[in-house]
Design a protein around this ligand. Structure first.
Ligand code: PLP
Length: 411
């Protein structure tokens, strides 16, 4: 049974748009253009415009988008690519799939995104300078570090000015994992302008998995870039390396976006700015409602340079498991993004990391909890979520149950 207040409501937005979505499906049936065709090209043009990017190439899903973006930007087999331990596994899967090795840099505690100070420190202390290639070589892997993949986690962009500056100093390609950040903005102090996710790196990957801010009714993804050459490479790669049917310049993949999904995405894209705005309003309302909980709970922080799109609303609490169970008992659905950092996952045992290697990621992983967040979330539902949190805090004895430093400080 669904909780009274679900973590994510995917039914309501589809009910609201049902006639339009059905029409897109019927159009595909009538034309039998199922793969490629005008729906895909139109969506690509419209999504590129939405992201302030010159090009968009629709692909099969977000993981494929990351893989194509990394390869087309120039990551080669044997390279090392830097990213964070606190992300969805697709980020590191895509790095491995292009033949590179992921290497981690810890996150900032306030934004949960890659920490530029640690990124620079990592390049200077964990990598050696190779004057022949003009590259940093990772001490861990013995391989050249050629790229960094910042993840705009939970809908908030990473500190891109700093990352781009460090990347330029150390000749790194920057490929954005924007799979949670459709429409997120970053104020570049360097350019004195707001920049959209997907417009600042060499290339950026988006996922349109149904639960994302812009979601298909199935699997879909896209790469955005300002570089025509990268866009062209991905158009080839997603279609078996052919520019012309059955003339293959290279081996590629079957990684195309299908036309029914593109048609559906075109319709939803018209609502995305409004949905993101409603998510931001929900974020502001949570902040107001939950502020009286004080230091017993850590709320999301939005730096002045960030306009996030609240893909997730992630709080922290020292007694996360009990809080989650308490909320569930009261009919409030929650989720955890993500319970175990990448470097401690069984899948990455081979990378040789150990507990203690990334203290911030490890500190927050057992405390984070994603509250209900979606554009159609109502104020009365948010009030009930807040009541659940208040009831929990009244039930607990804060000083005995809370262990971490910020929580023990009390209020
Ligand atoms: C969803 C997601 C992906 C992968 O997208 P899929 O479409 O599921 O393949 C990659 N990175 C992050 C951070 C994501 O949230």
């Amino acid at each position: 049974t669904r909780p009274a207040i679900p973590f994510l409501d995917l039914i309501t937005p589809h009910a609201e748009l049902q006639p339009e979505l059905t029409a897109a499906f019927q159009e595909a049936l009538a034309s039998a253009a199922f793969v490629g065709g005008p729906a895909v090209e139109n969506f690509e043009r419209e999504f590129a415009a939405f992201c302030d990017a010159r090009f968009c190439v629709g692909v099969a899903n977000g993981t494929a988008a990351l893989r194509f973006a990394l390869a087309a930007a120039g990551v080669a087999p044997g390279d090392t690519v830097l990213t964070v331990p606190n992300t969805f596994i697709a980020t590191t899967e895509a790095i491995t799939q292009v033949g590179a090795v992921p290497e981690f840099v810890d996150i900032e505690e306030q934004t949960y995104n890659i920490d530029p100070v640690k990124l620079r420190e990592h390049l200077l202390t964990q990598c050696i300078w190779d004057s022949n290639s003009g590259r940093r070589i990772s001490r861990r892997t013995g391989r050249p570090v050629t790229a960094v993949a910042p993840v705009h986690l939970y809908g908030q962009m990473a500190d891109m000015d700093a990352i781009l500056e460090i990347a330029a100093e150390h000749r790194l390609l920057v490929v954005e994992d924007a799979c949670q950040a459709h429409g997120a903005e970053y104020f570049s102090r360097k350019d004195n302008a707001w920049k959209k996710a997907g417009s600042v790196g060499r290339a950026a990957a988006f996922s349109f998995y149904p639960g994302k801010n812009l979601g298909a009714c199935g699997e879909a993804g896209a790469v955005t870039t300002q570089d025509e050459n990268i866009a062209q490479k991905i158009r080839m790669a997603r279609d078996h390396g052919q520019a012309k049917k059955y003339y293959h310049d290279m081996e590629g993949d079957n990684g195309r976006l299908d036309a029914i999904q593109a048609g559906i995405l075109r319709i939803k894209l018209r609502h995305l700015a409004d949905w993101n705005e409603r998510r931001r309003e929900c974020g502001a309302r949570y902040r107001e409602l939950l502020a009286p909980l004080g230091k017993n709970i850590v709320l999301p922080i939005e730096p002045l340079w960030s306009r996030g799109v609240y893909h997730l609303y992630v709080i922290r609490h020292a007694d996360r498991e009990a809080l989650q169970a308490h909320l569930a008992a009261g009919g409030v659905g929650t989720a955890i993004h993500y319970p175990i950092p990448r470097h401690l996952q069984k899948a990455y045992k081979g990378l040789g990391y150990a507990k203690g290697d990334f203290p911030v990621s490890e500190k927050v992983a057992p405390e984070i909890l994603s509250l209900p967040m979606f554009a159609q979330l109502r104020p009365d539902q948010q009030e009930r979520v807040a009541e659940g949190l208040f009831a929990f805090s009244r039930r607990k004895q804060p000083s005995s149950a809370l262990s971490s430093t910020y929580a023990a400080a009390g209020d």
